[in-house]
Ligand binder design. Structure first.
Ligand SMILES: [Zn+2]
Length: 309
């Protein structure tokens, strides 16, 4: 049974399978395709697994497509094309980040399967995203720190970060759940709406750890250092590329112990806690970026089928 085998082998909760024996139908795949898959042999089936079962804002959706290599696979989410990458076992995967700005409720995921010269099948999937139940955080800062918030600084930050956040390294370098980059106390969660000195600012695009200045900051997973420099708001910053559009950033450091190009393993020292940039005391801001979206790092710290498992 194709379904049973894949359910066990991939560990993905929600599956759709289509039979492609005899070529692809140039039509939208109807619902209820799982039943047809049992009639197909293993090497003529396309199986789509989507996880998690009940995502909330901040989660990362994984779409794993098991299909013969000769088929082209494309994935879109709410009409936007998402990068599809090969996995070592032969399947292909798209990772879709969500954040507090993604509307709760129904979204449209489409997997398009193309067989050269034979046609295309569209496999539509409804995905419901629940509320991340984010809170508020109020930050009080002195005039010197608050004065860092300027359009010019924000533009500089965007320009420099943008050059590395746009990387899409084909190979996935991470393995297993991500680890906390600091053994300090996590004192400001992801997703909260920030108010700086009473003014509404942006939502919190990562999570903060309070620790003493000089305490170690480690790589949350394996990857390549792609940025190690000072930024106007992030302060002294390290960014690690974990591959397939997944990157982590480490802000406000007092020191950096790696260089651009350094290959790091999970848990390796990359810098030291500091208070540089837009921050009120020694603190680490840790952000996790997935193909264009700052997602909830907590999600990646647990075993997740198709992502960290
Ligand atoms: Zn932060």
């Amino acid at each position: 049974m194709v379904n049973r085998r894949l359910r066990d082998g991939v560990g993905i909760g929600t599956l759709i399978a289509i039979a492609i024996a005899g070529g692809l139908a140039a039509a939208e795949a109807p619902s209820g395709l799982v039943a047809r898959a049992s009639a197909a042999s293993d090497d003529s089936a396309v199986i789509v697994g989507v996880a998690p079962e009940a995502p909330v804002q901040g989660d990362t959706l994984s779409v794993i497509v098991t299909a013969p290599r000769s088929l082209q696979i494309a994935v879109s989410f709410d009409g936007t094309t998402v990068g599809v990458y090969a996995l070592p076992a032969g399947a292909r995967r798209a990772l879709i980040g969500t954040d507090p700005t993604v509307a709760t409720g129904a979204h449209r995921l489409i997997v398009t399967v193309t067989q050269r010269g034979k046609g295309t099948v569209r496999i539509p999937r409804g995905v419901r995203i629940g509320s991340g139940r984010f809170g508020l955080r109020t930050v009080t800062m002195g005039p010197k720190t608050a004065g860092l918030i300027t359009a010019e600084n924000a533009a500089t930050e965007r320009r420099i970060l943008g050059t590395v956040l746009g990387r899409r390294t084909p190979e996935a370098l991470w393995s297993g759940p991500f680890v906390a980059p600091s053994d300090g106390t996590m004192d400001s969660p992801y997703g909260d709406q920030s108010f700086y000195n009473g003014r509404r600012a942006w939502w919190h695009q990562g999570m903060d750890y309070a620790a003493s200045a000089g305490a170690p900051v480690v790589a949350a997973n394996a990857g390549t250092v792609v940025l190690a420099q000072s930024l106007p708001l992030g302060g002294t910053t390290v960014v690690i590329d974990h591959g397939q559009g997944v990157l982590t950033e480490y802000l406000h450091l007092s020191a950096v112990t790696v260089r651009v190009g350094t290959r790091v393993d999970k848990g390796m020292l990359v810098g030291r806690i500091g208070a540089t940039g837009l921050v009120t005391g020694p603190s680490l801001h840790w952000g996790l970026y997935v193909n264009g979206t700052w997602v909830n790092p907590l999600f990646w710290m647990e075993p997740r089928p198709g992502v960290t498992q």
